[in-house]
Design a binder for this molecule. Structure first.
Ligand SMILES: [Zn+2]
Length: 299
């Protein structure tokens, strides 16, 4: 009539609180009874006191959501494992969101990304979205922002096109993301050896792509002519144009969106540029007010 089995718990991250695989809840399933119409499940705690488990789980979840590596101390301000309420969003600042993305990229580089239950996150975010950041990134298949920043469902808005161009449509999306939906950080994310940048350097013409690449060309003309090769064969030149394209993208947001410019001036949002290194997986942010980040060379 009754059976006893140990239910496999959700993976418990190892933290400084010392929870390990053996310290799990033991579920005693009393089985079916009353003509199989009702099931009574009693969860019993074994080996770990209830209070200790709850406090440890809260600690682990908060540290993770704040972007901290497992075992690290919790960041200031409450953070949510899933962005499923306005309170989760309001508890964060532009700087804390930037730190979260930086920490997430660090985990990605170290291959210590967080294990998430994406189906649970999809369910939890279905009623509404409260993302923390908007990322404008390239169409390139090798740079999915959620993955390289180690974020989950509902955490970040993403607008992608070849060359991470700031078009009017992208601007409208960013204005929705921050002004209407509360995202606190905007990242224009370029990357090394970008095919769109190479296409612009080589004056590639192909249907509608021609017009898109034309929007990258102002970045090319910003690079002083030093007599060296200015085609896609010059990798260093391609990356210089890519960086300049990001800088112009950030400036375009400020120039063409009074809404976002005002929010930035008031400290409500932060707008930053960044470059993703295809070889290392590392994201280097530009000119952010954090001495720990790498500042790329000015062009
Ligand atoms: Zn690209």
């Amino acid at each position: 009539m009754s059976e006893v089995r140990i239910l496999s718990p959700r993976p418990v991250r190892r933290t400084s609180t010392g929870i390990h695989r053996g310290d799990v809840m033991v579920a005693v399933h009393l089985g079916r009874f009353l003509n199989n119409r009702k099931v009574l499940t009693v969860i019993a705690m074994k080996r770990v006191r209830l209070a200790a488990v709850i406090s440890s789980m809260v600690f682990a979840g908060a540290s993770w959501a704040a972007g901290a590596a497992p075992g690290a101390s919790m960041a200031a301000g409450k953070a949510c494992e899933t962005q499923n309420s306005k309170q989760c969003q309001d508890s964060q600042t532009p700087q804390s969101v930037l730190s979260r993305l930086q920490a997430g990229n660090k985990r990605f580089v170290k291959d210590t990304t967080v294990q998430r239950n994406l189906r649970v996150q999809a369910h939890e975010t279905a009623p509404g979205q409260y993302p923390l950041a908007s990322v404008v990134s390239c169409f390139d298949s090798r740079i999915p922002p959620e993955i390289v920043f180690d974020q989950g469902i509902g955490d970040i808005f993403i607008a992608r096109n070849a060359g991470n161009v700031i078009s009017d449509d992208v601007l409208g999306s960013l204005e929705f993301g921050s002004k209407a939906a509360g995202a606190k950080l905007i990242v224009v994310l370029g990357h090394t050896q970008c095919g769109a940048i190479k296409g612009a350097c080589d004056n590639v013409e192909l249907g509608n792509l021609t017009g898109l690449l034309a929007k990258i060309k102002p970045a090319i003309s910003k690079i002083p002519d030093d007599g060296k090769d200015r085609s896609s064969k010059n990798y260093a030149f391609v990356d210089m144009v890519g960086e300049q394209n990001v800088r112009l993208g950030v400036q375009t947001i400020r120039d063409k969106s009074p809404i976002l410019k005002e929010m930035e001036d008031k400290g409500q949002i932060m707008i930053v540029g960044a470059m993703y290194d295809l070889k290392t997986g590392k994201v280097n942010f530009y000119d952010v007010p954090d001495s720990t980040t790498v500042k790329l060379k000015k062009i």
